[in-house]
Design a protein around this ligand. Sequence first.
Ligand SMILES: C[S@@+](CC[C@H](N)C(=O)[O-])C[C@H]1O[C@@H](n2cnc3c(N)ncnc32)[C@H](O)[C@@H]1O
Length: 549
Amino acid sequence: MLTAQDIPISSTGVIHGEILTRDWVVSMILDLAGYVDSNDLGSMRILEPAAGTGAFISVILDRLIASAKSHGASLTDDQVGSSIRAFDIQEENCRALRKLVVQKLTDAGVTKATASKLSDLWIVHDDFLLTDQSSVAGEFDVVVGNPPYIRMEDIPPAKALQYRDSFRTMTGRADIYVAFFEEGLHALNPDGKLVFICADRWMRNDYGKGLRQFITTGEYALDAVITAHDADVFERQVDAYPAIVVLRKGKQASVSIADTTTEFCERESKKLISAVVHKTHISSHSFDVGVVPHWLSSGTEPWPHGSPSTLKRLARLGELPTIEDTGAKIGIGIATGADAVYVTHPSRPLPDVEEARLLPLSHADDIRNGTWNWTGRFLVNPWDAGGLTDLALFPRTKRYLTGHEAVRGRNVAQRNPKTWWRTIDRVAFRLLDRSLILLQDMSLEVTPVVAPKGFYPHHNLYWIDVQDSGWDPEVLAGILLSDQVRDQVAARCVLMRGKTLRLQAQYLRQIRIPSPTELTKSTTYIFKKAYKTKDRELATATLRPLLPE
Ligand SMILES: C[S@@+](CC[C@H](N)C(=O)[O-])C[C@H]1O[C@@H](n2cnc3c(N)ncnc32)[C@H](O)[C@@H]1O
């Protein structure tokens, strides 16, 4: 199977991210956008920002021609000259698109001269992302397409810089399709709708943060997500994890969620579209559609994924507080910038530093099998409660840190030459006088371990501090063992191959649980017991009646 990045380089010698959409998928997208011939399509304006050789334009033209016939409208440049705008960066694609327009229009009885004039008006040979934005902003009822997938590193640097400068969503290692969403959304008029088929990685990954924020905190709403990872939606098989996303200008309301299987095909698509458009629940052997009453993430938060019923359950859980709403705090352990120097190794002699500078460290190895078992690591600690320690008072530590070139070579030391011995993060001394719940990222299960006080977490651990929250750490740890918590994490995080869970703070912060004040004495006792005996089934069964139906 090809990956999205294996797409051939075009005759211009540049990667253009060409993956062509099947025509029945194009029809689905146009139906979802309301671009159907029962409407007077000549009076609507549609934009295709990356038209290729015309997978979308071909169906758009068929519908426009059929609509003009049934509405008695004429296909002249003064009537429909601004009804379609299609961009492509490749001249040869634009030539093919113009030819297609002329062919379809003349077949429909339009004169060659008018057809050719319309093809010139409709097809624009330009970089959609660098075109004069005022010519598209707020102009379109419908934006549809399959934007190109091109990684930033495959774009000439000067151009990549231009894209980054022009689009606030192009953060981190954002793929170019992210900017197509932003510019496509800008192009919508106040009632406009955008429907793209595109890789869905941006919904959950780091580079999608800017786009998620742009959509959920801007003036846009998500209407539907149709996941099509296994369906045969493109002309070639590509490993692109596609989804059809329906966005519109306006206030967020309920969202249709659909998942499809390998058997999803043209015949099945009509039933799915009807369920999505009418916001109803249907399932068949090839798809499952459900509705969630509101969207489940805001700002930069990763969007959840899963079957419609999983997402409906998540929506209901929205009534419950997050872990931090209950007063607990979530964080990550200390990053040093040079663990080989700052973190001692259990099987090697301790470094020659003052004993006061050795801070017991909790490490992933200490919780590996689900119970606390300290392997004996220390942090060579450059911090005191008041700030960075004065190395003049600790000559052995000074000698030790000075003796390792790696310490001054770290970015944090280069940026702060006067305080070169600092670690990237500070030690938050308050974390030392309490038990912390520790979790390891990239695990197959959520396996919380309560560590005794006095151990400072290393950066490969995430911690939950329950101080002043009313939680007994072992009770909260018992709840975290449950399947319901695992399902919430799985729905939010990007599952790596082999179904590994990401348990980073951003995902942990979205877990919804009952508040400690809602628990009876006996459920408190049972969760504690579930934690102590590592009994996931007990935790799951005890949590079930405490969650909304
Ligand atoms: C994934 S293909 C989609 C083609 C067609 N819409 C379809 O679905 O079959 C992406 C198209 O975007 C074009 N393209 C790439 N970068 C572009 C840009 N910056 N502006 C406009 N078009 C671009 C490519 O030439 C390619 O034809």
